[in-house]
Design a protein around this ligand. Structure first.
Ligand SMILES: [Zn+2]
Ligand SMILES: [Zn+2]
Length: 98
């Protein structure tokens, strides 16, 4: 693995792995991010009923946050909620002389 050539500066936060729910009635699996209606779209389309009885699909909730480096495509896992190495280009102005 040649990771030393890339400083991994372009980190992109990946969505959490456990952010999925399943409808208890029709078993439709939805990403929480796609659940904008607060009710199951499948049940609404089939039965015209707004059902919001969802079951959380907790897959891998390890408390880790995942990032992907856009420059080299490597996946980085971090146990901390903050990005591991983020080089902020907007550095505060520094005075050379007081
Ligand atoms: Zn990289
Ligand atoms: Zn449903």
């Amino acid at each position: 693995m040649d990771t030393q050539t890339c400083p991994h500066r372009q980190l992109v936060l990946l969505p959490a792995q456990h952010a999925k729910v399943r409808c208890r009635h029709c078993h439709l699996t939805l990403n929480v991010g796609d659940l904008t209606t607060r009710y199951c779209p499948e049940c609404f389309a089939t039965h015209n009923t707004k059902r919001s009885d969802f079951e959380d699909l907790v897959t891998v909730d390890s408390g880790r946050t995942r990032y992907r480096c856009e420059a080299c495509g490597i996946l980085i896992e971090s146990a901390s909620p903050t990005p591991p190495v983020l080089h902020d280009t907007r550095q505060p102005p520094r005075r050379d002389t007081p």
